[in-house]
Design a protein around this ligand. Sequence first.
Ligand code: GLU
Ligand code: MG
Length: 446
Amino acid sequence: MARRTGALVPGEELVGFLHSDLSGLNRGRSVPASELESRLEAGVGWVPADQALTPFGPIAEPNPWGSAGDLRLLPDRATEVRVDLWEDVSPLHFFLCDAANTDGSPWDSCPRTFLKDTLVRLERETGLRLIASFEHEFLLLGPTLETGPGFSFEAQRLVEPFGPLVMAALRQAGLEPETFLPEYGPGQFEIPCSPAAGLAAADRAAAIREVVRDVARTLDYRASFAPMADPDGVGNGVHVHMSLVDTEGRSVSYDPEKPGGMSATAARFAAGILEHLPALCAFTAPSVVSYLRLGPHHWSAGFGSISERDREATIRIPPLVGIGGSDPASQFNLEFRAADAAACPHLALAVLVLAGLRGIEEGLPEPHLMEGDPSELDEEERRRLGIRPLPGSLEEALDALESDAVVRSWFSNDLLDCYLGLKRTEISLLDGAEPKEACERYLRVY
Ligand code: GLU
Ligand code: MG
């Protein structure tokens, strides 16, 4: 495991052609850096059934492709990450790719292509574009790790030089880190990155995980983005911040005259997400242990509600900072909190946008802005306000997906069949495992 050998890194530099798959893991193949230019156009070979790989290894059977077929992983030049901060560790160098057919045509089961198509559709149908950022929490682990009190400066200094190195690495990777913070849980940290256009934001979410893991390894730690490390512990959330802008880049999400400062467009976008939330959770909170994180009083997402500045809401309206001359309209965003890093960021963002788009197109009523704790209301009152509980398990979320004809209609048959088969296999691989063991299994993978 130890990588600080003091020796110069031997061998050739390799460049990964990676693909954030349905399990939210980056998989792919590498080419020698010396041959990169000749590889950029035609990419590398890939296998359709790889999309059915469970996080625990076995491939879900049946899946729509079995042993047949071939794809290409086609790199997007804009996603290049190259971090070269160490003398004795080879540069971390990779591109994110679309999985395409061998003639270069789009493959109907590629999550990144699915997000691209969704963003094109959003703009075609509404004239709007999405700006987003994914805020990741993660744990550092390992026998040499010393943990300090939650949010304390000591917790940060005890892992020196992790903070400075990870910030330098993220900056070199072009991922625009904003702050580095020790979080609430022991060994838990968070690094928000600047907002970017929808596709770039999802690409950044896929890339940040590799950069953080690599820096951690260099210091003999392991970084884990698993949703829960322990059933009684603190969750690692991925909070997805979203705002809508017109083609000139002007925000259309903010209206100071409306409740919460949320424009009618943003309110309908939120209403679409809340309307389809149980099915969306199958993609945004897609592990068995994701449901140990969600629920009331975990500061993750307690109910399918929207609130101003409340960390129990599935959609939180963060505060607008009125000092330092910042413009409220460009700050305004909706923070979706019922997501974690077991989700493929491209897939998760696509379904949120598709649900939001539907909310806009159907003119769904603006959702009730919850004040206070929805768990203190009785069921009748919650129903009156349109506030539903989140699914209690991955099975429930998958059932909700199967019964939501609107959400199902967004996918090709192959993509949907593969996803349902993959997730049900993942559940069966944990058959009989106590929650603690299930957390440990995910902790090793994510
Ligand atoms: N750790 C919490 C989660 O699982 C989030 C805490 C926070 O608001 O940053 O989402
Ligand atoms: Mg946090």
